[in-house]
Write a protein that binds this ligand. Structure first.
Ligand SMILES: Cc1cc2nc3c(=O)[nH]c(=O)nc-3n(C[C@H](O)[C@H](O)[C@H](O)COP(=O)(O)OP(=O)(O)OC[C@H]3O[C@@H](n4cnc5c(N)ncnc54)[C@H](O)[C@@H]3O)c2cc1C
Ligand SMILES: *[C@@H]1O[C@H](CO)[C@@H](O)[C@H](O)[C@H]1NC(C)=O
Ligand SMILES: *[C@@H]1O[C@H](CO)[C@@H](O)[C@H](O)[C@H]1NC(C)=O
Ligand SMILES: *[C@@H]1O[C@H](CO)[C@@H](O)[C@H](O)[C@H]1NC(C)=O
Ligand SMILES: *[C@@H]1O[C@H](CO)[C@@H](O)[C@H](O)[C@H]1NC(C)=O
Ligand SMILES: *[C@@H]1O[C@H](CO)[C@@H](O)[C@H](O)[C@H]1NC(C)=O
Ligand SMILES: *[C@@H]1O[C@H](CO)[C@@H](O)[C@H](O)[C@H]1NC(C)=O
Ligand SMILES: *[C@@H]1O[C@H](CO)[C@@H](O)[C@H](O)[C@H]1NC(C)=O
Length: 640
């Protein structure tokens, strides 16, 4: 046995002792972080010493780096002289234990130019393109092709165009342990190439994709562990909690919580990655009326920093990161390998699903009186801890409003009926027919599973519309004049023929915590999802069409909502579902926290190893994508 191996064994032993002494529980694959000794052994075992300078964490024999932050400097791009050689990539793949994937766009099988054309496999890609899990299972595919640059959409005509990588990262690390994540960060930093983190690929803004990048793919890190009585820093009193790795989906987390007799705060879409973008962005939830945002209940996280160090983030360890990682947005402070979140008790839930519409007997005027009856009650509805999701469609003056569902945790059918009586009585008086399916459930999981969890979110992927959102504050309801103005904006939006989707909900700061969640969430009673629809087949999209839709979104669709609830007056946007080209994103997405978040970014990632569009620090960069109509990730990443 060589000396280095003996040292390695000794030090590995020391490190694992340290890990078990740690007050925060670790997953098995979090217990052996990279250090100089195991790296030296890894390099020796894989015969990669020629490239060993590419793998260490900052401060561990890293090469002197030139100033990479001067204006105009770009991240190294494929084809550049400095791009790592095939041998360097090969060595990287070896130290990763084979986890490096040279990526191929999912729809490459639909194109002749790739040499991979296969009619049958192509038709499967087409059939699955709206299925979230299809994109989730692929190392680089993502939900919303506009941000990728639409360079490899599934097509039935293999020769009509060529498939290129566009914004799909060129390499991905299929991470199954923390060491691989550290190595990936180190390799990207030491070679100055772009780094992307992809978990499920749900991002509404294209943050989980990037041209010429190395991607860390966290999909296969999907453990969930339940603790009946966990005591960690800052939560010495102990309690029920779950430790969750990023790749675990909202559905898996709900099921794990339910099996253990608890519930947990999560979103409505089953396929979102719980501990990745969801928690980092704040995380709204049907339980927000009782407990607030999901991020408000995060007790601790494990993080790999820009320097490649694996660390605990909690009220006592790195409190600045603890503050930022709960609401300040994903993809910019480090790679989260797990989150510990407090569990909540199982409580009964009432759901109610119904719709109202115009008809021979219900005029548009009557319909809007019924709508007003609903909106007027957002304060009592949110004060009663309830939440809703609804869709309002106007087809040539025929209106349909679908409540799907009204969600009332900790309510009985009796208390629910009492709560909605003023509205339901009014609908009856107006002669608007409706048949609510009001059902009592024993717990959160069955209530969610029989509503959003049915299959409603299984067609959510592949969307080509230009979307965004706005949060409307309670103060717009408390002042009668303001309410009238607000309701008029909602009505005009729908009258223009556009779809409106939204929620009544008020997370407030029910857990009384200090974190980076947008202050607009603390005031909101209404959350609206808005979109400009592009009337063309995806394959026929052009930068012109997309640009026109993006301007329509900003100037016609969003502007009236922003005017009636500006950032300076309690309004704002949820950064996880926002419009990527919002000119006022720092204020709108971060609600008063941007400066503090910027200084935390500066401290933990001064060299900007991490970049994601509209993430903290991103104003210092641009993606040079030419004119694609909207900000895509299909171009070089350069300093502004
Ligand atoms: C159909 C649909 C429904 C939704 N419903 C809800 C809802 O009810 N409530 C709600 O709050 N949100 C909801 N969202 C928004 C969702 O929370 C965000 O899209 C979220 O960013 C998805 O995170 P992800 O990790 O699954 O996706 P990804 O696209 O893989 O990642 C999103 C961002 O997080 C970063 N990231 C991912 N993993 C990590 C990690 N381990 N460490 C650091 N950064 C990471 C990525 O780099 C990227 O910037 C919904 C989205 C969709 C598409
Ligand atoms: C290690 O790599 C070198 C070239 O880089 C090669 O000559 C040598 O045979 C390799 N050794 C082993 C054990 O693979
Ligand atoms: C896609 O859809 C087809 C059915 O059309 C199915 O057989 C296949 O397994 C699905 N999944 C993938 C990953 O292609
Ligand atoms: C695809 O690429 C080839 C090679 O660059 C080129 O000759 C051809 O014209 C391209 N096809 C289309 C449809 O753009
Ligand atoms: C990624 O790793 C997992 C776990 O080892 C493995 O099952 C899966 O096949 C890998 N995926 C790819 C695309 O390499
Ligand atoms: C649920 O309702 C009960 C009875 O009204 C109440 O005591 C309890 O505090 C409520 N729980 C929450 C989390 O609001
Ligand atoms: C009513 O809603 C419940 C729960 O959401 C559902 O299980 C049931 O099938 C619905 N009933 C009808 C008649 O639609
Ligand atoms: C109510 O809102 C109107 C319109 O925005 C505003 O002019 C007025 O000052 C507000 N009243 C109060 C008491 O805040």
């Amino acid at each position: 046995m060589s000396l280095i191996k003996i040292l390695g064994v000794l030090l590995t032993f020391n490190f694992s002792v340290q890990a078990t002494r740690h007050s925060h529980p670790l997953f098995a694959w979090e217990t052996t972080p990279l250090d100089p000794i195991n790296l030296a052994r890894l390099v020796q075992d894989t015969n990669t010493s020629q490239y060993e300078h590419l793998f260490p964490c900052t401060g561990q024999k890293t090469p002197a780096t030139p100033n990479r932050l001067s204006p105009g400097t770009c991240k190294v791009f494929p084809g550049d002289n400095d791009w790592p050689s095939p041998e360097a990539w090969d060595a990287f793949g070896k130290v990763l234990g084979g986890a490096l994937i040279k990526t191929v766009p999912a729809a490459a099988v639909c194109y002749a130019n790739t040499g991979l054309y296969d009619a049958q496999r192509c038709s499967q890609v087409q059939a699955n393109f709206s299925n979230p899990y299809f994109h989730e299972d692929d190392p680089t595919s993502n939900f919303f092709p506009n941000f990728q640059g639409r360079t490899c959409l599934p097509t039935s005509d293999p020769r009509s165009s060529n498939c290129t990588h566009g914004a799909f990262p060129v390499y991905a690390v299929n991470a199954t342990n923390v060491q691989q994540i550290q190595l990936a960060i180190n390799f990207a930093r030491n070679t100055n190439i772009r780094l992307v983190i992809k978990n499920t690929g749900h991002c509404y803004l294209g943050k989980s994709t990037g041209a010429g990048a190395l991607s860390i793919w966290t999909h296969h890190l999907n453990d969930i562990r339940y603790f009946d009585d966990l005591k960690v820093d800052g939560f010495e009193q102990g309690g029920k909690a779950l430790k969750i790795a990023p790749g675990a989906t909202v559905r898996q987390v709900y099921e794990a919580a339910d099996r253990n007799g608890v519930s947990v705060l999560g979103g409505i879409c089953e396929s979102v990655g719980y501990a990745g973008g969801y928690v980092a962005g704040g995380g709204h939830t049907p339980l927000s009326g009782l407990y607030g945002m999901a991020a408000d209940h995060v007790l601790a996280l494990q993080l790999v920093t820009a320097e490649g160090q694996f660390t605990t983030v909690s009220p006592k360890h790195n409190p600045d990161l603890y503050w930022a990682l709960r609401g300040g947005g994903a993809g910019t402070f480090g790679v989260v390998t797990s989150v510990i979140i407090r569990a909540q008790p199982k409580l009964p839930v009432v759901t109610s699903t119904f719709s109202i519409s115009t008809s021979d007997t219900v005029s548009a005027e009557t319909f809007w009186k019924g709508m007003r009856g609903y909106f007027e009650l957002f304060i009592p509805f949110t004060d009663a801890g309830t939440y809703s999701w609804w869709v309002l469609v106007n087809t040539n003056g025929n209106y349909v409003f679908s409540m799907s569902p009204f969600f009332a945790p900790n309510h009985t059918i009796e208390s629910f009926n009492k709560l909605v009586k003023p509205w339901f009585d009014q609908l009856t008086e107006l002669g608007i027919p409706f048949t609510p399916n009001t059902t009592q459930h024993d717990a959160y999981l069955p209530a969610w599973a029989s509503t959003w969890g049915e299959d409603v979110m299984l067609n959510a992927a592949g969307g080509m519309n230009i979307a965004g959102n706005w949060l409307l504050p309670r103060r717009n309801w408390e002042n009668r004049t303001k309410f009238e103005e607000t309701f008029a904006v909602i009505k005009r939006h729908s009258e223009s023929g556009r779809i409106l989707m939204g929620y009544h909900q008020a997370p407030r700061n029910r857990a009384n915590v200090d974190n980076a969640v947008n202050n607009a969430w603390r005031e909101a009673v209404c959350f609206l999802i808005l979109a400009a629809v592009i009337d063309a087949e995806p394959l026929a999209f052009t930068p012109g069409l997309i640009g026109a839709a993006s301007r329509e979104f900003r100037d016609e669709i969003l502007a009236p909502f922003r005017a009636v609830a500006p950032e300076s007056d309690g309004g704002g946007a949820y950064l996880n579902e926002a419009h990527v080209d919002d000119p006022n994103w720092r204020e709108a997405f971060y609600g008063g926290h941007y400066e503090r978040l910027s200084s935390i970014k500066q401290k933990w990632d001064p060299g900007h190893v991490f970049y994601a569009t509209t993430a903290v620090g991103s104003e210092r960069w641009e993606v040079r994508d030419g004119d694609q109509g909207i900000q895509t990730q299909n171009g070089r990443l350069c300093r502004t």
